[in-house]
Ligand binder design. Structure first.
Ligand SMILES: Nc1ncnc2c1ncn2[C@@H]1O[C@H](COP(=O)(O)OP(=O)(O)OP(=O)(O)O)[C@@H](O)[C@H]1O
Ligand SMILES: [Mg+2]
Length: 315
């Protein structure tokens, strides 16, 4: 059973222009997406820069205004209620930001940064709060004395861990992680990702894992949605997407993953060229005349593809 459903979510940004700086058009940053979240599962949101991933994440936690659609959380419509500071939704759904540095207040000590959600949502005595903060620092593998330091005294990976400590402080059900490791060195990336997996198992967390990196998503996620221009082109389990991709855009993304090993490099290059030719040839089966992605059509219990060609039996 899912604990949260997003239905046909849209976020439009006004585009202003002309002599009077009036609204002349809209950017459809998120253009009708539907998702469900189950406990303990990780969901990947993948797509190229500007396709609407961060806007989706921010709209979910209430940092971006939702134009239409709904968010149902534990059976309650919370679409326009996410800003009330003490709601259980705000306690249960937390976000880790791409840029840990700018998401940690530079003028506050670590203990006050981590304490912020605790003070908002949990009624603890100062002593209990102190203990809780030490416990969280231990969970993310930071020394006790980190409490009294300021964010600039930490490395990128350590700051990301502090962001995670803050996000898990209130025992959330869902963490939205927007490119949580893309600013980090490869070696530190693996450390932080493995650590996120460990706490997922330990606390039964769900993730919405936002990334442009299909390799990272494959490592982290059970379900994956591929996004293009504010819409989903394909959704499915990890296996559906990686072993049986259907949409030409998904195939194109997969064929573009760089491989370290030189073995089969020529084959992969030929495959990439073939996928690109198919992409050009089949474009009209997958995008309408305004280049908008078609609605998703289910092709199995878990797998859905945005195409008109399923109806025509092309796939
Ligand atoms: N405040 C804003 N006003 C107007 N347009 C915006 C605003 N924020 C984002 N956009 C536009 O909305 C679209 C989606 O942006 P978003 O930041 O969600 O993309 P993204 O998928 O997170 O990209 P990236 O991978 O580069 O982080 C883009 O076309 C962007 O230019
Ligand atoms: Mg983004």
């Amino acid at each position: 059973m899912s604990f949260m459903q997003i239905n046909d979510l849209k976020v439009l940004y006004p585009v202003r222009g002309g002599f009077f700086n009036t609204i002349i058009d809209h950017v459809y940053a998120v253009d009708g997406i539907t998702m469900e979240f189950e406990r303990g599962k990780a969901y990947g949101l993948v797509g190229e820069s500007g396709c609407g991933k961060s806007t989706t994440g921010k709209a979910l936690i209430g940092l971006e205004k939702i134009t239409s659609g709904s968010i149902i959380y534990e059976g309650e419509n919370v679409t326009n209620k996410r800003r009330s500071r003490k709601s259980s939704f705000n306690r249960d759904v937390q976000m880790i930001f791409q840029d840990a540095h700018s998401s940690l207040n530079p003028r506050k000590r670590v203990k006050d940064i981590i304490a912020e959600p605790i003070r908002n949502f949990l009624k603890l005595t100062p002593k209990e709060e102190e203990r809780k903060i030490s416990e969280l620092l231990e969970i993310v593998g930071m020394p006790e004395d980190a409490k009294f330091k300021y964010p600039h005294e930490f490395s990128g990976g350590q700051k990301q861990r502090l962001g995670i400590a803050r996000a898990i402080a209130t025992n959330p059900k869902l963490i939205i992680a927007d490119e949580p490791v893309s600013a980090l060195d490869l070696s530190v990336q693996a450390q932080v990702l493995n650590f996120m997996k460990d706490i997922q198992n330990e606390f039964g967390l769900s993730y919405l894992f936002i990334s442009h990196d299909l390799g990272v998503v494959k490592h982290m996620c059970d379900y994956i949605s591929i996004m293009y221009k504010g819409r989903f082109v394909e959704t499915g389990t990890k296996e559906d997407i990686y072993t049986n991709p259907q949409h030409i855009y998904t195939k194109r993304l997969l064929s573009a993953i760089p491989k370290v090993s030189p073995i089969g490099r020529e084959d992969r290059k030929r495959e990439r060229i073939r996928v690109e030719q198919n992409y050009q040839a089949q474009y009209k089966n997958y995008f309408d005349e305004n280049e908008r992605v078609f609605d998703l059509t289910p092709i199995s219990n878990t797998h859905a593809v945005a195409t008109t060609s399923t109806k025509k039996g092309v796939i």
